[in-house]
Design a protein around this ligand. Structure first.
Ligand code: PLP
Length: 477
């Protein structure tokens, strides 16, 4: 590494790199002691930053000191074992090191030719993941299908939609009105967003009713599809969710898939968070019927110890995806692409450029092994199930929805004001971090168990805090 001009020398890079890795290890060791939610008001972080960039370069030590002084207090600590909000975005040592290596190599994997190992490792690891989760063989890359790493589940559903539309209407797809998309009321907003980005009118997204467990009702889906056909409209894609964001409901993929097969409609399955559970053989029921899906995604960046961003997206047939996405300008032409023997992942996603994300997933799978991943996923589920049991046995609290895996939705029997009051007080205290949803119109606290280092004692402490804070909120403490 040359230190010509203003560049950082190799010696300095080594020194600062070691310091930074030490800093990260210290941060992760001590994160449990920090208030989980950021303790700043809007604008407070910016107010501490100089208004203009420095004219002269500054020492790295000063940057790291400012991270401590300005940045860390403005963080919500997602890696705290007391973080129970949203869905997890967990990480791990091997993943962080894989990310660092990706930055260090700095390769662009847009074409096979721009860095063959980046493409081939990604293809290989995504085939491993088919085995790891027991996914249908048709998602493997040695047949017509295959997998690719997207930045997010939102991008995955957009790509699925573009491929689905292409399968129905070919190149004229974007000009063709009358195509509809179906998903449940409980599906993630990324489905509606994908439709909007792809140019579908708002009323093209049909939100299907759910059953008592908040999962999509396949009969309601069938009725809506039939009515649309009757009105001369064309069903284009159905999105089923395995583990909805609100309550972790599992849509009946098999029944939905059979309907999609009969109707010739593309089925995309969004298992963003819950897909990881399928590393455990006894939990593969969540994917029952997945062999009927045209595409599928889950996020190792949620619950599989792989830092953001990493979404595994699979298609059973890559042709419509590639046809929908591929534009080949002269400057990207090369003999490997022309041979047809290689995968060019730029044709499987929206951007051209792409990072070497497979490294971190490869490191994670190799570090933990199937056994290690199963161990930790089972542990998270056991903790969540223990909490669900305590809630069920308590006279003051109740479950607001079934808790099939690692998300527990609970509310205080005294009503919304107490439930909301408890959550806000706990978040203000920084002791834990929780988020909410509404179930059947009522305020509900979501407890999402999935941070890498969350242990039984953290969930036990959370339960104690919930009960104690409810007494305080009601003035009975
Ligand atoms: N789908 C589901 C079910 C989710 O829960 C989420 C995020 O929580 C998403 C999609 C969007 O994920 P991403 O941030 O990867 O786009």
């Amino acid at each position: 590494m040359s230190s010509d001009g203003y560049h950082m020398s190799s010696a300095a890079f080594r020194r600062h790199g070691h310091d930074l890795v030490d800093w990260i290890a210290d941060y992760l060791d001590g994160v449990e002691q920090r208030p989980v939610r950021a303790q700043v008001r809007p604008g407070e972080v910016r107010a501490q930053l100089p208004t203009a960039p420095p004219t002269k370069g500054e020492p790295f030590e000063d940057m790291l000191a400012d991270v401590d002084r300005v940045i860390v207090p403005g963080l919500t600590h997602w890696q705290s074992p007391n973080f129970f909000g949203y869905f997890p975005a967990n990480t791990s040592g091997p993943s962080i090191l894989g990310e660092l290596l990706s930055a260090g190599l700095g390769v662009q994997g847009m074409l096979w030719a721009t860095s063959p190992a980046a493409t081939e490792l990604e293809t290989h690891v995504l085939d491993w993941v088919v085995d790891l989760l027991g996914l249908p063989e048709r998602f493997r890359s040695d047949g017509p299908g295959g997998g690719v790493i997207q930045d997010s589940a939102s991008s995955a559903v957009l790509c699925a939609l573009l491929a689905a539309r292409h399968r129905v209407r070919g190149d004229a797809g974007h000009q063709a009105p009358g195509l509809n998309i179906y998903t449940s009321h409980e599906a993630h907003s990324s489905v509606t967003k994908a439709a909007r980005i792809a140019g579908f009118p708002a009323d093209a997204v049909r939100l299907i009713d759910t059953d008592d467990h908040h999962a999509m009702d396949p009969d309601a889906l069938g009725r809506t599809v039939a009515a649309d056909r009757g009105a001369g409209l064309t069903p284009c894609m159905v999105v089923a969710t395995v583990g909805t964001t609100g309550t972790n409901a599992i849509d009946p993929v098999r029944a939905i898939g059979e309907l999609c097969r009969r109707e010739g409609v593309w089925l995309h399955v969004d298992a963003a968070m819950s897909g990881t559970a399928a590393v455990c053989e006894e939990l593969r029921w969540i994917h029952d019927g997945l062999e009927l899906a045209d595409s599928y995604c889950f996020n190792p960046h949620k619950w599989m110890f792989t830092n953001f961003d990493c979404d595994c997206f699979y298609v059973a047939d890559r042709e419509p995806l590639i046809e929908a996405m591929s534009i080949l300008p002269e400057y990207l032409r090369n003999t490997a692409t022309a041979s047809g023997d290689v995968i060019d992942y730029r044709d499987w996603q929206v951007p051209l450029g792409r990072r070497f994300r497979a490294l971190k997933l490869w490191f994670v799978i190799r570090h933990y092994g199937v056994e290690g991943l199963r161990h930790h996923v089972r542990a998270h589920i056991e903790m969540a199930q223990a909490l669900a049991g305590w809630v069920t046995a308590d006279a003051d609290w109740e479950l607001a929805a079934p808790a099939p895996l690692n998300l527990v939705c609970l509310r205080h029997r005294a009503g919304d004001a107490v439930t909301q009051g408890v959550m806000e007080r706990l978040n203000d205290s920084g002791d834990v971090f929780l988020t909410h949803t509404r179930v059947d119109g009522r305020y509900v606290i979501r407890v999402s168990v999935g941070q890498t280092h969350t242990a039984t004692r953290h969930v036990q402490r959370l339960w104690d805090l919930l009960r104690r804070t409810a007494d305080e909120v009601q003035g009975t403490a």
